[in-house]
Design a protein around this ligand. Structure first.
Ligand code: GLU
Length: 511
């Protein structure tokens, strides 16, 4: 590893919502930068005007912010290496294209789309390279005067990188070691298009990484095939000495079966593949996001960090600070990581348990409102005790309603299966006695209530399970939930009795 200052960049193209794999790339960049006291750059690679999607850049910023991935230099943050948006760097790219043309490392090509199509049709596996370029219409094959005339006429052209065959190109990847390939298999990639006066990804990416003094290029494995070309570009510019180290991260794979994780897998198996909900500006389609599904950002970060990396032991729960401390490419895997979304739910569950009851109660308030309950009608203590009683059963904040709605609304229906199992013709009379007993207790909310009820059941020789479950049925509506006397303590005597009476009046034993 070079001794220079660590500077990394996350360089998304604003062509749609940031995919969860892109989020992991951003996270690994961030962990590495923070660990080394380095800088994290956010560069917007918007040179493909055809694929630009409005709102995508804002989405990227919002997603990174939500996850706690802090950017040091970028469009919003500023910095001394800007502009950080490639469409605002045209002059820089133009000058660099000229540099390659002047040094004969690139050439101008006039082939029209139809001509390229014809070449492809005529030659199977046609590639624009040293073996074919002289048959094409470019500044290497045409007389100089003609090139000048075409340019003077404003003929659209592209600039292609001149790759010489027969060379071994070595990509040094911190994860994969030396990846070698012959330059003969590479084609003369387009670096610039006159039609929109914009460079292609390859040129802009290399020029910017160099000018922004990027020390490590950490990106998805899908970019590995571009790396040899990038190595040659660095060389052509004379920048080989300061070339960044490469790290190509393994792909995120489908949770089941083979292949790359796709949005369709998420739709099929019911999990989001985007950090935030995305509203497609063209189609109006809405894609679900981790934030809106009720995931905590800390849980998403922890989950993603472990998709392709481990701390060297079996520690799973790690805060951002712990991840920053422990992260290392030595423990990154080279093979793809299965997107075990169920594990993501587990992380969320764990992180919810770590919140204080007061924090959780705050998160519960909007859920209550959505269900027509005014949270302000309850004391903070009440809300905190409710969430404290049910939180061990939830994976998402939304689950709180499912687990605790009866603390806010008396049941209006009763689980028929439980009635069948627990409600005998004698039950109304027995629960009638229970009401009397509860009313006579000196301290209904106190700890002695439970003992008194159990003692009464035993003294009468009633069936403990049947009476307690019938009691629960009237209060909760079904036979589940936290400890019965925790529930009644919170509901209070009046509400408990009301529910018992209502149950007695409305529940009829199954035939
Ligand atoms: N703009 C590319 C992307 O969308 C950047 C790839 C890279 O990091 O070099 O991912």
């Amino acid at each position: 590893m070079s001794a220079r200052k660590v500077r990394v960049r996350f360089a998304p193209s604003p062509t749609g919502p940031l995919h969860i794999g892109g989020v992991r790339t951003a996270l690994y960049n961030y962990l590495f930068a923070r660990q080394h006291g380095g800088d994290m750059i956010l560069r917007i690679e918007d040179t493909d005007s055809q694929r630009f999607v409005p709102g995508a850049e804002e989405y990227i910023n919002e997603a990174l912010h939500w996850l706690g991935i802090k950017i040091d230099e970028g469009v919003r943050e500023g910095g001394s290496y800007g502009p950080y948006k490639q469409s605002e760097r045209r002059d820089i790219y133009r000058a660099h294209v000229k540099q390659l043309l002047d040094a004969d490392r690139a050439y101008i090509a006039f082939d029209t789309p139809a001509e390229l199509e014809a070449a492809r049709a005529a030659t199977p596996n046609f590639q624009y390279d040293a073996s074919t370029r002289l048959q094409m219409r470019n500044s290497l094959s045409l007389p100089r005067e003609e090139v000048e005339r075409l340019l003077a006429d404003g003929t659209p052209y592209v600039v292609r990188f001149r790759i010489e065959p027969g060379r071994e190109v070595v990509v040094n990847d911190l994860l994969r070691g030396e990846v070698k390939i012959s330059s003969s298999v590479l084609d003369d990639k387009v670096l610039y298009k006159s039609a929109d006066d914009l460079p292609t990804y390859h040129l802009a990416n290399i020029v910017d990484d160099h000018l922004m003094e990027v020390s490590h290029v950490i990106r998805g494995e899908e970019w590995l095939p571009s790396a040899p070309l990038h190595v040659l570009l660095y060389e052509a510019f004379g920048w080989s000495d300061t070339r960044p180290d490469f790290v190509h991260l393994p792909l995120l794979l489908k949770p089941d079966g083979k292949g790359k994780l796709s949005k369709r897998d998420g739709d099929r198996l019911g999990f989001p593949v985007f950090p935030l909900e995305w509203h497609d500006p063209k189609s109006g389609d809405v894609s679900s996001g981790y934030r809106e599904k009720g995931y905590l950002p800390e849980a998403v970060v922890n989950f993603l960090a472990l998709l392709g990396w481990n701390p060297g032991d079996d520690t799973e729960l790690m805060s951002m600070d712990e991840l920053i401390q422990k992260f290392s490419f030595d423990h990154c895997s080279r093979s793809g990581a299965k997107f075990a979304f169920e594990k993501g739910k587990w992380f969320n569950h764990e992180y919810l348990q770590r919140l204080s009851d007061a924090e959780l109660a705050q998160l519960f308030k909007p859920v209550l409102k959505r269900h027509g309950v005014d949270p302000e009608a309850y004391s903070p203590e009440y809300l905190e005790q409710v969430v404290g009683l049910v939180k061990s059963r939830i994976n998402f904040v939304d689950d709180l309603w499912d687990q605790a709605s009866f603390f806010f609304e008396a049941p209006t229906t009763y689980d028929p299966k439980a009635i069948k199992k627990r409600w005998s013709p004698e039950m109304p009379a027995i629960l009638g006695q229970l009401i009397e007993l509860l009313r006579d207790l000196p301290d209904f909310a106190g700890p002695s209530t439970e003992a008194a009820v159990l003692e009464w059941i035993a003294s009468k020789g009633y069936h403990l399970g049947n009476v307690m479950n019938a009691f629960r049925l009237t209060v909760v509506g079904e036979c589940r939930g936290p400890h019965m006397f925790d529930i009644t303590r919170l509901l209070g005597l009046d509400e408990t009795v009301k529910r018992l009476e209502r149950g007695i009046a409305t529940i009829t034993p199954a035939e």
